[in-house]
Design a protein around this ligand. Structure first.
Ligand code: ADP
Ligand code: MG
Ligand code: MG
Length: 923
């Protein structure tokens, strides 16, 4: 049987349903589902995503069998609507709408009013009794079609300001100006007729081809353009950001047109079954009377509120649908309930009213802020609409980020007046320098600056800039404008429709409610309230939310994988513990040599580095040689002892902060050369303290300057050469633990040896650990319970995991170094070529951010298997940067790890990702 490409839907039901998103795209699958639910949907058909793939495979040609299938489906659509496509008397018009598996708002194309041409115009004029309406529809078709089908889909890249759509808009503006019109609706039928002729001439002049006035040509042109929009610039960059595979393709929905612009009993709108910003269980939406669908989304006019609950400062004076068309509102509200009960999730819907009759044009699971996701999950659980497991899956791990993210410090906010207000489209606070173009935002963000992207209107071509900016502010558009949708999807702070905002791109200045600002000036946004402030306000974290705590309890009930934290200070440890960390997976002792309060220990460390470099003086007799060696050793021991109290202090405080939970302490792994002072003053000071010559201090620095410090004399290697350094740390660990236990506390140290590549290194170190353990036991009477283990961060260690496990009681994958050494990519300068690898598709993602499952992942899986073969109860975790990345967390769960460890602020994200992984594995 030939492959089937076309699936119909209409009042009779549908060939497809909601489960067929992969084939029909989200839009097509839900249109079918709504038909099955008996909702009023204009009839039509969906050409599936396979057809899109086939189209590209065939070099942008439609498969042979498609023509017949489309003709058949069109006949069925015509029958359902009682109209005929291309007919002179009773013409049917259609829209050709893109729709991928996953919604990509505004990223692909849709063409409306397809089928309108000189042959069908008279028939439609007669039927609608409105010449004005018909020519308005025709000029929209010419604009959209020439832009989408004739220009974009043909990969024509016009010079700035020379795009065909802009040129047509310019013609229209000229006409309006000449006639003194304010609004599009002022244009008469005669004006529009004239305009359509001008448009056609212009299209021919700009694009060198006439606008096609044949309905069949229009239809196939539009279908092809929808497919091609899958490879459009915007869609490609959105896919890259969202990680949507190119192979998916888009479906094309061909649907009978209904008209919201047939006068005052017609309207169009967009709504959410609950508030997408707060999660509140209230119907929420916007609508416009006498308008076509794209008008609401495009932010051309300020839309009216759907109902009382949707009113805000900007739209309070406008009529609601609830008050203006109460019967229709009631019907729509009924559909809202029906959809929520059916889909058991918040729906984002599009509707159109044609002469008092309601039509549903789209529904999909609505994008929402992290706050809304959390509130809706907890509400729906309370309402009995969903169960606990579903509630947990309703919040994406990355969305938690936003809940844990900064808001403007309310105390600081009270002391200032906003300079401007707009609609609260994306939550939280953001502070940054004003930039006026997407390109500037990308460029500034690459330099590590926080910027606020300030734009006239919400333009889908801005995605990259929106992504790069800390916050987004626009002058126009409503809560359902596509920029608001995109920002909300990302949980980004965003304010839209700030009417008091005027932008002068040329001079790079902005007037914000009368305050004169320029690009580069600092502003602060409160995206939850829609307020803009001049300058930088203090920010704070919003974590003490009881709802959040409740939700995390549900999360932990689903989770199997442990979550620890990487913490280097007692303060970090406390924060992480409050976020639910179940221990420390990586405590790096070197931290005490950086930053605040580091002066003294750092100086001693420097001394130690110098002393470690000293060699015994050459001697003639054996006796003299032994004496010289003894002297060097004594000197080493003295300086190591000097460092001891600092190391012990930090370890003890951290063990105490994590009382009752395991703390993995990694033995010192410093790149020594980084600690040797470079400036002369510090070098002199060091020379003086050690009674050394300045030249010798410098020489030691040069000695340590390794060509590849990452592979240098560090980690366990240092302890092999200088066992006293290991001994000092191990003593600090056991003494701290013993003292805490003596004081009635519970300390659970785990000693981790870094940079190992062979079990012999572990054996050698183990001798010291055992000895010191005994000594401390004798000295304090406390037998400290502990674990001894190793990092697996060198591929050889991974390969020899079975042997490593003979000595190690636990493994922790140091995936930063493991990735570095597996790829041969340096962590420190991958930035130079990574973008090219990503752009060229040589890498799907930065392997330092998300585990490379195909390569490095094999090493991990193999070590787990081999290690556990040797030692059944081998504890295994990961302590690399990737431990907080949801995809990596899922991988760690599948690979059988016991825990992941990540930075304190990512702990809740990892907990949720771990719960999702368990749920997914069960399904
Ligand atoms: P997007 O995916 O960008 O939302 P859509 O395919 O939903 O694009 O179409 C854009 C706008 O056109 C929407 O507002 C939609 O409601 C409107 N529209 C699409 N098809 C029809 C139709 N058959 N009749 C009336 N309006 C339509
Ligand atoms: Mg839509
Ligand atoms: Mg390392």
């Amino acid at each position: 049987m030939a492959q089937r490409y076309v699936y119909g839907f209409g009042p009779w039901g549908a060939d497809g349903d909601a489960s067929m998103k992969n084939a029909l795209g989200g839009k097509g699958a839900n249109l079918a589902e709504m038909c099955r639910l008996g909702l009023p949907v204009p009839a039509g058909f969906t050409i599936n995503t396979d057809c899109c793939t086939a189209y590209f495979q065939e070099g942008k040609k439609f498969p042979q069998s498609l023509r017949d299938e489309v003709a058949e489906a069109l006949r069925k659509t015509e029958a359902a609507m009682g109209m005929k496509y291309g007919d002179a008397e009773n013409p049917l018009l259609v829209s050709c709408r893109s729709g991928a598996r996953k919604s990509m708002p505004g990223m692909m194309e849709t063409v409306l009013n397809v089928g309108l041409c000189p042959a069908t115009i008279p028939g439609l004029v007669k039927k609608s009794a409105s010449e004005r309406f018909v020519y308005d529809a025709y000029r929209r078709l010419i604009m959209m079609y020439s832009d989408v089908v004739m220009e974009k889909a043909e990969d024509i890249e016009p010079a700035e300001g020379k795009g065909v759509r802009l040129q047509l808009e310019h013609l229209m503006a000229t006409l309006k100006k000449a006639k003194g019109y304010q609004s599009d609706t002022d244009m008469t039928a005669e004006d529009l007729k004239k305009l359509c002729n001008q448009f056609k001439a212009k299209v021919k002049q700009v694009l060198g081809r006439p606008f096609p006035d044949d309905p069949q040509e229009q239809l196939w042109g539009a279908i092809g353009a929808v497919f091609k929009s899958w490879q459009g610039k915007r869609a490609v960059s959105y896919r890259r950001i969202e990680g949507i595979p190119e192979e998916w393709g888009t479906a094309c929905n061909v649907q009978s047109m209904v008209f919201g612009n047939l006068g005052d009993t017609s309207a169009t709108g967009v709504a959410f079954t609950r508030n997408p910003a707060t999660g509140e269980n209230k119907f929420y939406g916007e609508w416009l009377v006498n308008a076509q669908g794209e008008d609401v989304v495009a932010g051309i006019r300020t839309p009216n509120p759907l109902n009382e609950a949707t009113k805000n400062e900007q739209n309070r004076h406008l009529d609601s649908l609830e008050s203006k068309m109460p019967e229709l509102y009631k019907q729509l509200d009924g559909i809202r309930t029906k959809l929520e009960t059916h889909y058991k999730d918040m729906q984002d819907i599009e509707f159109t009213i044609q002469e008092g009759k309601l039509y549903m044009l789209q529904c999909r699971n609505g994008k929402r802020t992290g706050t809304a996701a959390l509130n809706m999950a907890m509400d729906m659980l309370g309402e009995g609409l969903i169960d606990e497991v579903t509630a947990v899956t309703r919040v994406e791990p990355a969305q938690l980020d936003e809940l844990l993210h900064p808001i403007i410090d309310p105390a600081a906010e009270k002391t200032v007046e906003p300079i401007l207000s707009g609609l609260p489209a994306g939550p939280g606070g953001a502070c940054g320098k004003i930039v006026l173009t997407s390109a500037d935002a990308v460029e500034a963000a690459a330099r590590g600056q926080h910027v606020i992207l300030v734009r006239e209107e919400t333009n889908p071509e801005d995605v990259e800039g929106m992504r790069a900016a800390a916050g987004i502010l626009t002058a126009r558009g409503g809560m359902t404008s596509h920029a608001a949708l995109v920002a909300r999807g990302w949980g980004k702070c965003c304010i839209v429709g700030a009417g008091g905002l005027a932008i002068d791109l040329k001079n790079q200045t902005v007037s914000a409610g009368g305050t004169a600002l320029a690009a580069g000036d600092l502003i602060t946004l409160n995206g939850s309230k829609g307020r803009v402030y001049q300058g930088a306000l203090a920010m704070m974290d919003a974590t003490e939310n009881p709802r959040f705590q409740e939700f995390m309890k549900l999360v932990d009930r689903q989770r199997k994988l442990g979550v620890r934290t990487n913490a280097d200070t007692p303060d970090d440890a406390r924060v992480a513990r409050a976020f639910g960390a179940e221990g420390i997976g990586l405590f790096r002792t070197e931290h005490m040599f950086y930053g605040k309060g580091a002066d003294e220990p750092l100086f001693i460390l420097r001394k130690m580095i110098m002393v470690l470099g000293k060699k015994p003086k050459p001697a003639k007799t054996k006796q003299a040689r032994e004496a010289a060696e003894k002297k060097v050793l004594a000197e080493r021991k003295a300086v190591v002892d000097e460092l001891f109290p600092f190391v012990k202090h930090d370890i003890k405080a951290t063990l105490e902060a994590m009382e009752g939970l395991p703390v993995t302490i990694r033995l010192l792994d410093p790149p020594l050369h980084e600690f040797v002072p470079q400036d002369k003053g510090a070098q002199l000071q060091l020379a003086k303290a050690l009674n050394m010559r300045l030249a010798d201090v410098k020489k030691r620095g040069e000695e340590l300057h390794e060509t590849n410090p990452m592979m240098g004399h560090r980690g366990v290697r240092l302890g092999v050469t200088y066992p006293e350094v290991t001994e000092m740390q191990v003593r600090a660990i056991f003494e701290s633990a013993a003292e805490l236990i003596q004081a009635g506390k519970d300390a659970r140290p785990e000693i981790m040896v870094p940079v190992t590549c062979d079990v012999k290194e572990l054996d050698v170190t183990r001798v010291i650990v055992d000895r010191v353990h005994e000594e401390v036991k004798t000295q304090t009477g406390v037998d400290v319970k502990y674990l001894y283990g190793t990092m697996i961060e060198i591929p050889r260690a991974a390969l020899l995991a079975d042997r490593m496990a003979k000595s190690a009681q636990f493994f922790s994958f140091g995936t930063n170094d493991l990735t570095q050494m597996s790829f041969g990519f340096s962590r420190d300068d991958i930035g130079g070529f990574l973008p090219d690898y990503l752009k060229g598709g040589l890498l799907e993602a930065d392997p330092f951010q998300t585990i490379d499952q195909t390569g490095v992942g094999q090493l991990i899986r193999m070590s787990v298997e081999r290690g556990r073969k040797t030692r059944g109860d081998l504890k295994i975790g990961i302590c690399g940067e990737q431990g907080g990345d949801p995809a990596s967390v899922e991988f760690c769960f599948q690979a059988g790890l016991n825990y992941v460890s990540c930075s304190p602020y990512r702990v809740p994200i990892a907990r949720l990702a771990a719960a999702h992984a368990t749920i997914k594995a069960r399904r």
